[in-house]
Design a protein around this ligand. Structure first.
Ligand code: FES
Length: 106
């Protein structure tokens, strides 16, 4: 299992376990993490699974795909470390990953 820490905009932490091969979004939804609605179910068409990746993890998480990039371009709260969590596959290399959920998603 892979540990992932979701940090709310107010600093509250939610540590969850995720299976390799799943996604960061599914780890959040399965464990009831607030601020991740995932309205489209992971098809990269709603952007309600937006997270900010901690700077220590940006390289390991990898780059946005083109569809994700297009979705995030519509989001006024986008930052350089923005990702759609449904587009981040969980792998053992991400054990300890830290992401923050945006305030507007609460
Ligand atoms: Fe809809 Fe990620 S769940 S874009």
């Amino acid at each position: 299992m892979v540990d992932i820490v979701f940090v709310d905009h107010d600093g509250s932490e939610h540590k969850v376990e995720a299976r390799s091969g799943s996604t960061v979004m599914l780890a959040a939804v399965t464990n009831g993490v607030p601020g991740i609605d995932a309205d489209c179910g992971g098809s990269c068409s709603c952007a309600t699974c937006h997270v900010f990746v901690h700077e220590d993890w940006i390289e390991k998480v990898g780059k946005r795909n083109p569809t994700e990039e297009a979705m995030l371009s519509l989001n006024p709260d986008r930052k350089t470390n923005s990702r759609l969590s449904c587009q981040i596959p969980v792998s053992e290399e991400l054990n300890g990953l830290i992401v923050t959920t945006p305030e507007f998603q609460f």
